[in-house]
Design a protein around this ligand. Structure first.
Ligand SMILES: [Ca+2]
Ligand SMILES: [Ca+2]
Ligand SMILES: [Ca+2]
Length: 327
């Protein structure tokens, strides 16, 4: 009889374990904001949508590119995925953009002469830049906003810009890995309702400048975070290498880490000495071999010697600021 009772107990324990373990690799939120000792502001859960969708695709499908707001425990309000100038800034010219039916097979089919030139220095050298961002970029030269991406989220597009400037000059780029689940850093993808998407940025310029680990990259928004103890900070780096990058069907309670962007981060004289060097990623890691907006112009990207860059975590870091001085 005792054996039978033990068996009953053992079976019921297994049932409890199974009930607590969703078949879709549920990620349990652990740790509390009060135990977190880092420099970030922590929010939890879904943001309030303040802009339903910045972009409609006339000729195909695109993910909803919304803007949200969410407050931390002190009442500080953060814009997610990031503050941006999409609706007000000059747009970059598209190299490739399916929604606008701009689909050249190669750079030879692009009318580069028709690209407008932004004047930073009237007597400067005219420079052409070729840009691919997963998902969105804003390009500053010497603190002047030259152009922003035409597609905030998807489909994947690529861009061409021209500007006149004297050396030395400073390139500063805000890059955003956009999100569907605002404030949570996730999208419905790969069979999971809360899949953490990845970022990636690559560019080359006609003066020989290319993206590489010589650039600097600092992160300002990291999500999703399910366990706050996975975040750490070393030598100015905001690290999340110990945080899971798994997708889940139950990610609505995830945490997010936010840092204030300095108001003059894009200025030529901004002191970025504490910012980490950028991390390089391979084309396979970013997953571009099925993206014509990249592959049709690969000679201007990896073929020109440029590397994909981002901060230390290309999955969880969703707002990253990049800087590079061209000597
Ligand atoms: Ca884009
Ligand atoms: Ca991401
Ligand atoms: Ca992405």
């Amino acid at each position: 009889m005792i054996i039978t009772n033990n068996r009953v107990l053992a079976l019921s324990s297994i049932a409890v374990l199974l009930a607590g373990c969703s078949p879709s690799s549920d990620l349990t939120v652990s740790g509390s904001v009060s135990d977190y000792k880092g420099s970030a502001s922590i929010t939890q859960g879904l943001a309030k949508t303040v802009e339903e969708n910045l972009f409609e695709c006339a000729n195909g499908r695109s993910r909803v590119a919304g803007i949200g707001e969410i407050a931390d425990a002190s009442g500080k309000v953060w814009t997610v995925p990031a503050q941006n100038h999409f609706t007000t800034a000059p747009k970059a010219v598209d190299l490739y953009e399916e929604c606008a039916n701009i689909t050249p097979e190669s750079i030879a089919d692009v009318d580069e002469d028709s690209v407008p030139v932004t004047i930073v220095d009237a007597n400067g050298e005219e420079i052409t830049g070729y840009i691919f961002a997963d998902n969105y970029f804003e390009l500053y030269i010497n603190g002047q906003l030259v152009a922003v991406d035409t597609v905030p989220f998807t489909p994947f597009n690529s861009s061409i810009v021209k500007f006149k400037v004297n050396k030395p000059y400073t390139i500063a780029v805000k890059v955003i890995d956009w999100e569907e689940n605002l404030g949570l850093g996730t999208e419905d993808n790969r069979g999971k309702a809360f899949h953490p998407g990845d970022g990636g940025f690559i560019a080359s310029f006609s003066d020989g400048t290319v993206t590489s680990s010589d650039w600097q990259a600092q992160t300002f928004y990291t999500a999703p975070v399910y366990d706050l103890s996975c975040l750490s900070e070393v030598d100015g780096k905001r690290l999340s290498e110990n945080c899971t990058t798994k997708g889940t069907d139950n990610g609505a309670n995830a945490y997010a880490a936010h840092w204030e962007t300095p108001s003059n981060w894009m200025a030529k004289d901004f002191d970025a000495v504490s910012w980490p060097q950028a991390t390089e990623y391979s084309e396979d890691e970013i997953g571009v071999n099925n993206k014509k907006s990249y592959m049709n112009f690969i000679e201007k990207f990896s073929g020109a010697g440029a590397s994909f860059i981002w901060s230390t975590n290309v999955v969880l870091d969703n707002e990253v600021l990049l800087r590079y001085e061209v000597k």
